[in-house]
Design a protein around this ligand. Structure first.
Ligand code: ZN
Ligand code: MN
Length: 492
């Protein structure tokens, strides 16, 4: 669930935005899509290459079965239908990182079509369906880089990434704001990660979003000219870039100008986009069926097999967590957004027996400390059984909740179980009525002035007595029992 943020559209209510998104997802297959080279990140420059992925004369592509399985999985997870007969096509353009001068992609017959994702936005979790037009398979290009200093006049090409398998997920232009765009991308990112077919790492470029933005006056029938924002690697930057683009286009139209069709790059430091190149239309690529690859026939049995291998997906999990554990939609949305976090939550509940409290501790304390320490869930020393044990120690009255926070921080540092920390530090709650009553009596007789004030009707002074008792027990007194005893002793 995403909060609604301020938008330039709030000031120009006669305008509306039309946004479509294309996401390239790199599949984590063992080998590349059309050859046997390793599909791995970070290898020495031009080491994972062969005749096929460098486009040598006479070499022929062979389709990777695992890549097809992964593409089907993403299609099913985004409610697409799987095309029975799909076809590979050549998309022609010249660029140094594309030695064949064409990219093998899909055009008229993509592997998946007509899907959707339901996003929810605003505080009330308003639902909206974003339609997915198509998902096609294609090969990635290599990487160009440009020299500096004494190499300032040289450029370099690394073809390790050439031929890495991609799917491109294309929406209809159903998105109307930066908030909706980010909600869609976050959900898609979570769905892709759940399927396990990609690490969807935005910084490494295995989940790359291109956002097409146009504006028009609501009374106009015809869509405005769009600009494309390319390869922005964080959801926050995408949000900023869309807002900047909406404002730029509205300003052009308001001053009587015309928006040009172009691709723009986002500068996250200056917080502005700049012109990169004018954008080609689809027909400029002269798509042709690739004669080196046969039609791809996928029967129902194949699709069924992939369907059965899919895990529970974020939106199914969201619904189940709410109904099975009685936690709120807000809590369930955050917990289900990450598969590992959801598994963590269910493990904690198994041990603690209290779903509501487990969700609280995870959302407030666990995510808080992960952010503070800048660590991921698999790096944090607090294992789910440990947090579950901590919650049940509070329930059983062995420690109180303020001591629990101390134990929690200790667990994050030491990785020790709560029972051990409690024992080592002597943190057991003082829950003995005799001990606490004697303590209360001592505090009352040592503070006659405050006692008189309370008895004279100043109820606010009551917290003074609790504070004294907590101070003397180093925070280990059972707060509820302390309350009852002080009330009895002061009123008695
Ligand atoms: Zn190769
Ligand atoms: Mn593409």
């Amino acid at each position: 669930m995403n909060k609604k943020s301020k938008s330039i559209l709030d000031h120009y209510s006669e305008y509306e935005a039309t946004i479509g998104i294309e996401v390239h997802v790199q599949l984590k297959t063992k080998t590349k899509i059309f050859c046997a080279c390793p599909n791995s990140f970070g290898a020495p420059v031009n080491s994972n290459i062969c005749r096929v992925c460098t486009g040598m004369l006479g070499s022929l592509p062979v389709l990777n079965l695992q890549a097809v399985n992964y593409a089907i999985a993403i299609g099913l997870a985004t409610n697409c239908s799987i095309t029975k007969l799909s076809e590979f096509a050549r998309k022609h353009y010249m660029y140094p990182d594309l030695p064949k001068n064409y990219q093998i992609s899909q055009d008229g017959k993509p592997i998946c079509a007509d899907g959707y994702l339901n996003i929810s936005i605003g505080e009330n979790g308003e639902k909206k369906q974003i339609r997915i037009q198509r998902i096609h398979m294609e090969e990635d290009a290599g990487k160009n880089s440009h020299g500096e200093d004494e190499q300032a006049h040289s450029s370099f090409v690394d073809l390790n990434r050439a031929g890495a398998p991609l799917v491109e997920i294309v929406t209809h232009p159903d998105i109307c704001s930066a908030d909706e765009a980010v909600a869609y991308l976050e959900l898609l990112h979570s769905v892709v990660k759940y399927t396990g077919v990609s690490d969807a790492n935005m910084e490494r470029g295995s989940f790359r979003a291109d956002v097409n933005v146009s504006v028009k006056k609501k009374v106009d029938k015809k869509l405005g000219t769009r600009a494309e924002l390319k390869n922005i690697n964080s959801f926050k930057y995408i949000h900023d870039a869309i807002e900047f683009e909406l404002e730029r286009q509205i300003n052009i139209l308001e001053s009587g100008g015309k928006v040009q069709q172009e691709t723009r790059l986002w500068d996250s430091i200056k917080k502005e986009s700049k012109f990169m190149r004018s954008k080609a239309d689809a027909e400029d690529y002269r798509y042709l069926p690739d004669p080196d690859l046969p039609l791809l026939l996928i029967d129902e049995e194949w699709v069924e097999k992939i369907k059965n291998s899919l895990p529970e997906l974020p939106q199914e999990k969201l619904a189940r967590l709410q109904s099975e554990y009685g936690i709120s939609e807000y809590e369930a949305t955050i917990i289900s957004s990450d598969r590992e976090l959801a598994e963590y939550f269910e493990e904690v509940v198994k041990k603690s027996g209290d779903a509501k409290k487990s969700a609280n501790w995870i959302l407030r304390d666990l995510l808080g400390i992960m952010k503070e320490k800048k660590v991921e869930l698999d790096e944090i020393l607090i294992k789910p059984e440990m947090l579950g044990e901590l919650i049940s120690e509070i329930e059983k009255g062995i420690i109180n909740s303020s001591t629990a926070r101390e134990v929690f921080e200790d667990m994050a540092e030491s990785g020790k179980y709560p029972s051990i920390i409690i024992q080592e530090k002597g943190l057991q709650q003082i829950g003995s009525e005799d001990v606490l009553r004697e303590l209360a009596q001592n505090i009352i007789s040592a503070n006659p002035k405050q006692t008189e004030q309370f008895r004279g009707g100043n109820e606010r002074i009551f917290s003074f007595f609790i504070g004294q008792a907590m101070k003397q027990t180093k925070g280990k007194a059972d707060p509820e029992m302390l309350n009852t005893i002080f009330l009895e002793e002061l009123n008695g």
